[in-house]
Design a protein around this ligand. Structure first.
Ligand code: LMR
Ligand code: MG
Length: 489
């Protein structure tokens, strides 16, 4: 098996491990994830931060099992970080030496700023680019903030606000006024961010977003990069804050979060009030991805090369059989797009999605040649995750579907991701360009041997030596109205 890295994050509420596998220099995917709700900070807050024996024992047991999983994957590296609970604990060293002695594992207790950096850096690399945003990672003991600007982490903050901390210090005493007061006082330490976009990281934000998506019957089953607005989110946190346990269940909250989801909802509500961000983006990535990427990108300035997409590269590494053809198809699609964009009235931004779709056009062959367009569609829909918005993922994946004699807009599955796609005319035009490129390369010629031009009457003239099959296959696709093609050998 190719090299794997396991990353363990001992959060104050839950502990998680992800096993990452590289598929080429910078591309990777997750082979396994495991979570345990050990809650190492349990009863610590009432005891000046001292970790309690039971909580330490539970955590030690779970660590042992996590390590056995990591070893089963032959993980070459095991990186383990611990956050707020261990930072605070006067008896942290007892726990750390126990784990070292018993499991030969060194746990790195990271500072609040370092924790903020890992989360922010993961978002900067793995979410679609935003010119300015703040990331907020609500944990069990603390909350981390970063300011992201033009793809870089600019500022770091860590405050002792966390779901378990607020539960134990205030909610267990029915003191929600005290909780609000405590949170608001803490938030005064933050500067005025003046940002429109807030990125939510961590278990609490994910749990809330997941429930909101289910409640609103959101058409994509993807949490990472799910976007909503402040008012829908606040309406939802308000419902959570007033819900009975039965109601929490019907709002799709899992039982292991029943006692921390309300403190979590309150923390987020106060933060939103403080920041006044209007757009909220959920991040599926956080500290673990940050730790992994810091290692992967250590010689690249903690940044992927420009125009590099790790999800696209992962799909190509894993499924592409005919990668030269994919590359040729991408080149030709780009040239055709540039030639046709104005007459077909397509927004120039869609060149980006078109080129990715062209590269991924035949990945389905890696599953099975027959019905490969369906397989390509499914693979893209499922594995495109990073650095793409949901509308981009829906469009790229949809463009991979093809049925003879149908427009792309005829193939939109009912009750599904259709609302995320561009208008039908744009969709059909993009699909026609993609199919045209594919057909023009039917005899597997090099795209550079084809010349493209537009004659006086607006007919697209394509010249090349081997266009016999292309001429035949051209009948299988529907061209946008007004588009005339002439193939000259
Ligand atoms: C943490 O403390 O960061 C995590 O345990 C968060 C959570 O809610 O699971
Ligand atoms: Mg955390």
């Amino acid at each position: 098996m190719a090299q794997c890295t396991a990353v363990i994050d001992i959060g104050s509420n839950s502990m998680r491990m992800a096993v990452f596998q590289k598929t080429s220099r910078f591309a990777f995917h997750i082979l396994h994830e495991v979570k345990s709700s050990v809650r190492i900070s349990e009863n610590a807050y009432k005891n000046k931060g001292h970790l309690q024996n039971e909580a330490m024992e539970r955590t030690a047991q779970a660590i042992g099992e996590f390590l056995s999983i990591a070893h089963s994957f032959d993980a070459r590296k095991i990186l383990c970080v611990a956050t707020s609970a261990l930072r605070d604990a006067p008896n942290a060293s007892t726990f750390l030496s126990q784990i070292r002695a018993k499991h030969n594992l060194s746990i790195k207790v990271i500072s609040g700023e370092k924790e903020a950096y890992f989360g922010g850096m993961a978002c900067a690399n793995l979410l679609p680019a935003i010119s300015k945003a703040i990331t907020v990672d609500v944990g069990g003991g603390s909350t981390e903030f970063t300011v992201l600007q033009n793809g870089k982490v600019e500022q770091l903050f860590s405050l002792n606000i966390g779901t378990v901390r607020i539960k134990e210090l205030f909610f267990d005493r029915d003191d929600s006024a005290g909780a609000i007061n405590y949170i608001d006082e803490m938030l005064k330490q933050l500067p005025n961010f003046e940002v429109n976009t807030l990125i939510g990281i961590g278990g609490t934000f994910r749990a809330l977003s997941r429930s909101l998506m289910k409640k609103e019957e959101y058409p994509l089953k993807k949490l990472h990069a799910f976007t909503t607005d402040e008012s829908s989110f606040l309406r939802f946190t308000n419902q959570i804050l007033n819900a009975s346990p039965k109601k929490l269940r019907s709002l799709f909250i899992k039982p292991d979060r029943f006692d921390t989801i309300k403190p979590g909802a309150l923390i987020l509500e106060r933060i939103l009030k403080h920041t006044q961000a209007k757009t909220l983006i959920s991040s599926g990535v956080g500290v673990r991805e940050g730790v992994f990427l810091s290692d992967l990108l250590r010689n690249a300035g903690d940044k992927f090369p420009s125009n590099y997409n790790p999800s696209v590269r992962y799909l190509l590494d894993t499924y592409s059989i005919h990668s030269d053809h994919a590359q040729q198809c991408a080149h030709l699609s780009k040239r055709l797009f540039e030639l046709l964009q104005t007459s077909l009235e397509i927004d120039s931004k869609y060149k980006f999605e078109l080129v990715i779709a062209a590269k991924l056009l035949s990945i389905g062959v890696g599953v099975r040649y027959y019905a490969h367009s369906r397989h390509s569609h499914y693979l893209a829909m499922s594995a495109l995750d990073y650095a793409l918005s949901h509308p981009q993922i829906a469009l790229i994946s949809h463009l991979l579907l093809f049925k003879k004699g149908n427009n792309a807009s005829d193939l939109i599955p009912k009750g599904s991701y259709g609302s995320l796609l561009p208008d039908n005319a744009t969709l059909d035009a993009l699909s026609a360009i993609l199919r045209l490129s594919h057909i023009l390369l039917a005899s597997r010629v090099n795209a550079s041997t084809l010349t493209l031009s537009k004659d006086r009457d607006g007919v697209i003239v394509i010249e090349g030596k081997h266009l016999y099959l292309a001429r035949e296959q051209l009948k299988n696709i529907i061209l946008p109205k007004g588009l005339k093609i002439s193939l000259n050998s």
